[in-house]
Design a protein around this ligand. Structure first.
Ligand code: GLN
Length: 283
């Protein structure tokens, strides 16, 4: 990579390089990365095809193109991602929030009265907890995670969205959940089984935190632990909402049933996969 680069030439070169590396949306990723470094938006790219790319810009973008080629997720390279139309900081300490997980926020909002308290178990970047808090001014939200590094990201996102008054980031794990009861408990816990894990895309398997993905007992370990404490952490009439993997609906519904929860149902995502299992503590 040297001499006389224009934006269009760089875009074509990068797209081809990403395609050779097996990246899903090579052109889109090339556009987003170049736009970031050149301080343009995506429309700006189309309007500036002939713009020369100077040596210092090339020096900045080259290592990023290389890292993306090694299948580092674009979101980690940019340091942020969008979820619930909000901008979230992400680092390799947290799972990158997925669009499918917005279903969990939608279901939680449907269950939420004007006032209440929500617990998010395994908050990661804080995406679920903060999206919910952004919609519900009178709720108190507790965002729990076992990872100090993840909580730092969640705390920064809390500050960035000025939600400190509503959302508290707390260190804790599944075996010592807070000694109090909530109106709503939500979680997108690790649920990938040992057999599924090696088959994940390189972006996920090699770069996202294993701690946020992999779960023992065929991916069900966290659900079992949460279900075991459901009666304790839910107020009477309170709802538990859990994101699940596409093959886990029956097993998780059974766990909630065994835990004595009622009104159990599953909500599909927009790709028609089972995505959120919900159950309620009797009033
Ligand atoms: N949905 C994520 C994936 O497919 C997994 C998230 C999780 O384990 N909680 O990579």
């Amino acid at each position: 990579m040297n001499e006389n680069w224009t934006l269009l030439k760089l875009l074509r070169w990068t797209t081809g390089f990403f395609r050779d590396k097996g990246i899903d949306n090579p052109r889109l990723d090339a556009e987003l990365l170049i736009a970031e470094v050149l301080g343009l938006d995506r429309v700006g790219i189309y309007l500036n095809y002939d713009r020369p790319v100077i040596a210092t810009e090339l020096a900045t973008i080259k290592p990023l193109i290389k890292r993306r080629g090694q299948r580092e997720p674009l979101q980690y390279l940019l340091g942020r991602t969008e979820f619930w139309s909000l901008d979230f900081k992400v680092t390799p300490a947290v799972l990158i929030p997925r669009a499918d997980t917005e279903i969990l926020v939608e279901e939680a909002l449907k269950k939420a009265a004007d006032l209440g308290e929500l617990l998010d178990i395994g908050t990661g970047s804080g995406a679920v907890a903060l999206s919910f808090a952004s919609e519900k001014v009178n709720w108190k939200v507790t965002a729990l995670d076992i990872s100090v590094a993840a909580l730092e990201v969640a705390a920064e996102n809390t500050r960035d969205h000025a939600l400190d008054d509503r959302c508290q980031c707390v260190l804790g794990d599944l075996v010592q959940l807070p000694e109090k009861a909530f109106d709503l408990v939500v979680s997108n816990p690790p649920y990938i089984s040992e057999t599924e894990y090696p088959e994940l895309m390189p972006e996920v398997r090699d770069h996202e935190p294993e701690q946020a993905l992999l779960a023992r007992e065929n991916g069900l370990d966290c659900y079992r632990k949460i279900a075991a404490q459901a009666q304790k952490i839910l107020k009477p009439g309170g709802w538990l909402l859990l994101e699940i993997g596409y093959q886990q609906q029956q097993a998780v519904e059974e766990l909630l049933d065994d835990a004595g929860l009622t009104e159990i149902y599953c909500r599909q995502d927009y790709a028609s996969n089972p995505r959120v299992v919900a159950g309620r503590r009797s009033a």
